[in-house]
Design a protein around this ligand. Structure first.
Ligand code: NAD
Length: 356
């Protein structure tokens, strides 16, 4: 099993090193090869996603990704910015389904801004479509009164679009995921005002006829945003488009208190996937050895389960993470009184030890 390891920038290198450490304890035939991506690749090769990195990713069974970006690249032309590497990987690998579980660990209930009773035992999965919607619709642009271009724009526009196959495949993914969980899908749309999302709702309803054992509920996105903070445990699987998914998955990630705990997976139709923490490169704490590596370690567990067919190893990693939390070990982002503060490497060591 071949894994392309792309640590990226900022804390990316620190947290990926810990995930690799944990994978190495497993005694599985994993072949890991690293390459530069993001700002680090731009510095070395003049491009955030060099051909060699893309080739490695394409040939691998899975990609373990850290994070990319730094404020110092904000003035670069858009195609050269580190974040473009993720878009390039998604496009070239055909990654269309983004899985973002939001799980509240018993020991971290106090880290959430919500009342403990609302989130204790929370285990929901947001599935975001990644290839369509307003982020990729054409035409897009700006107009001036004289129909010129920026600067002096009077108007800007992006087009929202979804095709039937795009909606069908993400709906199948959601119903199949729900079958392995609590058998309930909430499809989030804005069908009351957007034609694109009336179409979304119609197609999801059609696909649902093939999954009579799974309950389907439709919800408008504004209501879903409210319900996520009012009664998040009422959800099981949420499926939605690219933009609503972008926003709702960040909202859901905060339910659990720390962004440093949340893994994610982006899959294509062959179950090849890119696995990364939900957070960014955190330039503010990079190099200090304090970043929480658990989101990346849990992403590695998702990789074993979804792309590498080693669900048992994934279960072991997740159990090891629970065990270090139960021992009271905390990186600063999840620290509370009465627990023991540890750094990035110590946390990785503790998970490795618990695994052994
Ligand atoms: P961020 O997620 O990097 O950081 C937000 C806050 O959370 C910061 O205070 C940071 O210190 C903290 N944080 C994040 N991860 C943490 C961890 N593992 N442990 C402890 N604390 C953690 O978001 P940002 O500051 O808005 O963005 C920083 C850079 O990351 C930008 O260049 C942005 O474009 C990029 N970014 C990249 C990705 C990605 O690679 N997928 C995603 C989001 C942002």
């Amino acid at each position: 099993m071949k894994i392309a390891v792309l640590p990226g920038d900022g804390i990316g290198t620190e947290i990926v090193a810990e995930a690799v450490k944990v994978l190495n304890v497993l005694d599985l035939p994993l072949e890991m090869e690293s390459a530069l991506v993001g700002g680090a690749a731009y510095e070395a090769h003049g491009h955030p996603l060099p051909e060699s990195t893309l080739k490695l990713a394409k040939e691998a069974d899975a990609v373990l990704f850290g994070a990319v970006g730094d404020w110092k690249y904000d003035t670069l032309d858009r195609p050269l910015r580190p974040e473009q590497a993720i878009l390039g990987l998604r496009k070239n690998l055909g990654l269309f389904a983004n899985f973002r579980p939001a799980i509240c660990y018993e020991q971290l209930v106090g880290a959430s801004s919500l009342k403990p009773e609302l989130i204790a035992g929370l285990d929901i999965l947001i599935i975001r479509e990644l290839t369509g919607d307003i982020y990729f619709g054409q035409p897009r642009g700006r107009r001036t009164a004289a129909d010129g271009h920026f600067p002096g724009s009077e108007e800007a526009f992006d087009t929202m679009r979804y095709s039937r196959p795009e909606i069908e495949r993400i709906a199948h993914v959601a119903f199949q995921a729900a079958r392995k969980r609590n058998k309930k899908v909430t499809s989030v749309d804005k069908a009351n005002v957007l034609e694109t999302f009336q179409f979304w709702k119609d197609v999801v309803t059609e696909v649902h006829t093939q999954y009579p054992d799974v309950e389907l509920q439709h919800m408008y996105v504004d209501n879903a945003a409210m319900q996520l903070v009012k009664a998040p445990k009422a959800f099981d699987v949420i499926v939605t488009g690219n933009m609503f998914g972008d926003i709702l998955s960040d909202e859901a990630s905060m339910l659990t208190g720390s962004i440093g705990m949340l893994p994610s997976a982006s899959l294509n139709s062959q179950n090849q996937g890119l696995y990364e923490p939900s957070h960014g490169s955190a330039p503010d704490i990079a190099g200090k050895g304090v970043a929480n590596p658990l989101a990346t370690i849990l992403s590695a567990a998702m990789m074993l389960r979804f792309s590498l067919n080693h669900a048992e190893a994934a279960d072991r990693i997740e159990a090891a993470v629970k065990s270090v939390l139960a021992q009271g070990l905390r990186t600063p982002d999840i620290y509370s009184e009465g627990t023991t503060k540890v750094g990035t490497a110590q946390m990785g060591d503790a998970v490795s030890k618990a695994l052994r």
